[in-house]
Design a protein around this ligand. Structure first.
Ligand code: NAD
Ligand code: UDP
Length: 338
């Protein structure tokens, strides 16, 4: 069975590729490396002893992207391609709407033309907006979103639902990720953000490896157990396995289903900093700073639906997440750059 990963050279796509290859699937990656490195392909080959087929292509350029469908018999598409920085989406919203929505429309039009009936989409917990109580359940209200990135996810969810309704043989799965962290156990692939990281775990990793001096903790006056923000961190390998489970589900389903992928447990920033210090063998320097605008105090997933319907459950602990993030960071202090 052949699975096409749009954006498959990125952080989550590369780990999903590793899991799919290990499970015996043929993997095709379509990526323009706007936020990833071609070195991922060599690393995947080292992990899996098999190299995914690569197309270096802009997925939003339908006529260029069509070659992938014309030259291969694709059974399932996992659609990761898109921009993902919340802050950048506020600064250049049109780039986000253009790239994220065009990538999706081009992919769906080709999926339609080439009769691919299984489609998995990378959505985000950010679609739940600020009004819901925790834990977030899939049937809770979505929106309003606090930034253009979040809106692209919500609009794309709707586009996929409408397409799916019009095509009875089609099966779509919308996966709402919580906070993916960690890296492959081998230390060969991991998260490699460009420039100064925005997200907590890559920032902690850079401080721990000495590339940045100190972590700023955004807010210590939230109504949480230690005053710092609480999130549902999920090991990227558990997340990757969630995609394999979702794809198997899609094979035997029709219509659109939504699943949260998280652990169901919240950890505070201070707890993550402490766990990372244990993993790397020395405390991670931090200081408290004002709250970051747009941040919610606390959210985590209700994961019962994914547990029951997909038969999938996150298994790795916060200690595993920190161990693997540190292993990746310390072996690759400059990411994929040699
Ligand atoms: P990433 O940036 O590492 O991966 C995205 C990949 O898409 C990159 O390799 C990039 O080069 C590629 N890409 C972007 N635009 C493209 C285009 N026009 N044509 C071809 N390739 C293109 O991000 P990630 O963390 O692996 O996230 C994957 C998906 O999951 C994204 O859609 C993201 O929004 C979503 N998501 C991520 C998180 C997270 O915290 N990492 C959380 C929720 C949802
Ligand atoms: N955070 C922080 N310092 C940083 C980055 C993040 O204190 O340099 C906090 C942030 O306020 C939030 C948590 O860490 O409470 C997770 O933030 P991240 O950006 O990783 O993910 P988010 O859940 O905001 O998408």
């Amino acid at each position: 069975m052949t699975v096409l990963l749009t954006g498959g050279a990125g952080y989550i796509g590369s780990h999903t590729a590793a899991e799919l290859l290990a499970a015996g699937y043929d993997v095709i990656i379509a990526d323009n490396f706007s936020n990833s490195s071609p070195a991922v392909l060599d690393r995947l080959e080292q992990i899996a002893w098999k190299r995914p087929k690569l197309y270096n292509v802009d997925v939003s350029d339908k006529s260029a992207f069509e070659r992938v469908f014309a030259e291969n018999k694709i059974d399932s598409v996992i659609h990761f391609a898109g921009y993902k920085s919340v802050g950048e989406s506020v600064r250049v919203p049109l780039n986000y709407y253009r790239n994220n929505i065009d990538c999706t429309l081009a992919t769906l039009e080709l999926v339609d033309k080439y009769s691919v009936n299984s489609f998995i989409f990378s959505s985000s917990a950010t679609v739940y907006g600020a009004e819901n109580e925790v834990p977030y359940r899939e049937d809770m209200r979505v929106g309003p979103c606090s930034n253009p990135y979040g809106w692209t996810k919500l609009f794309i969810e709707q586009i996929i639902k409408d397409f799916s309704s019009a095509k009875p043989e089609f099966s779509a799965v919308l996966l709402r990720y919580f906070n993916p962290v960690g890296a492959h156990r081998s230390g060969l692939i991991g998260e490699d953000p460009r420039g100064i990281p925005n997200n907590l775990m890559p920032y902690i990793s850079k401080v721990a490896v000495g590339a940045l001096p100190v972590l700023k903790i955004f807010g210590n006056d939230y109504p949480t157990r230690d005053g710092t923000g609480v999130r549902d961190y999920i090991h990227v390998i558990d997340l990757a396995k969630g995609h394999v489970a979702a794809m198997r589900f899609a094979e035997n389903n029709r219509g659109t289903e939504v699943f949260n992928l998280g652990t169901g447990k919240g950890e505070s920033v201070l707890e993550m900093v402490g766990a990372f210090g244990n993993a790397c063998g020395r405390p991670v320097p931090y200081e408290f700073a004002p709250r970051r605008s747009g941040d919610l105090p606390e959210y985590y997933a209700d994961v019962r639906k994914a547990n029951e319907v997909l038969g999938w459950k996150a298994e790795l602990s916060v200690a595993d997440m920190c161990r693997d993030a540190w292993n990746w960071q310390s072996r690759n202090p400059n990411g994929y750059e040699e």
